[in-house]
Design a protein around this ligand. Sequence first.
Ligand code: FES
Length: 398
Amino acid sequence: MNIINLPSFLQLGQHAGKILRLSTRAISVKVQTDSSTKVKPKTGILMLNMGGPTNVLQVHGYLLRIMTDRDMIQLPVQSQLGPWIAKRRTPEVQKKYAEIGGGSPILEWTNKQGELLSKQLDKVSPETAPHKYYVAFRYADPLTEDTLNEIEEDGVERTVIFSQYPQYSCATSGSSFNAIYKYYKDRELPKDMKWSIIDRWSTHPLYVKTIAERIKDELAHFPNDKRDDVIILFSAHSLPLKAVNRGDSYPSEVGATVQLVMQELNYCNPYSLVWQSKVGPLPWLAPFTDDALKGYVKQGKKNFILVPVAFVNEHIETLHEMDIEYCQELAEEIGVEKIRRAAAPNDHPLFIDALTDIVVNHLRSNQPINPKFLTRCPHCANKNCGQSKSWFAQICKS
Ligand code: FES
């Protein structure tokens, strides 16, 4: 993979001293959307993610969309059970959002990333400029359907669908792609628009370096005599074992990221990959983050860094689950000596370079769609996946 040369952005020193503390991670990012852009964009970058409620009033709608999305979660009598669970869980989830400042910062971070990405793309790829980013969330505003409408109105010549999930899962990335297919299933595609897809990028060297830098930032907070013993716990959102056994590639892609990050760090510390955010009674991929912490403390380990390895922005799972539930409440309960949480990539200059490099390489390649994307999981039983992949194969042509 070629890495574009952006020396001014690659100076790590620029980021020194910008270590975010647990209590300040829900920072407010000054966002300047480019909705006022007068020039017609030539290339649109459609940034897919799950999104999050920006205030507590949006929590119910957000949960309702998740619970009724069969690509994300399969429940018996889902059309009734899904809304019932969403309603029942709303107050508890609202409370969590209230505790992190009233809403998810994922839109602010995505806007910030998109803005920086578009600016860099205009500089390093003038032949495809002007670039404009668009945010397409699956479960919160701006919803994918509304954003697709906006792209059409703007008359974009080429749209790059850029998943913001570095590791591909059918439950998350797959659901977002299926949503695009469903939107156009009964509509005409915008005339003369070219489409292509970036569906995964778990091993991109600059993404890997970003996570390694975030870890180094946190290691520096441990005293010299303790630093080598700190256990680095890479924590990713778990997945039901049913999905893993269907052949979902997410666990192996997360593992690939972890191995490369540790290689980048010269395997400086002990580490482990653990999984968080399990819901419901069915078996999910383990060991779970909280159980792993308890297990290590029992073994006499006392110092830890939690690393959000599959999230590119701060959101409820970093700000509440990791920072409050694990780093504060659990750590105190089980007698952890010191625990810190590495920041998500957010707007780290290396991460913006990673995003830029991924898009530029994609724009310059002759591969509008990844063959891996076109192949279903070996035990996929979801009709949407087959139909959606055939549709994408048709619309993404070089
Ligand atoms: Fe993976 Fe359908 S569940 S392709």
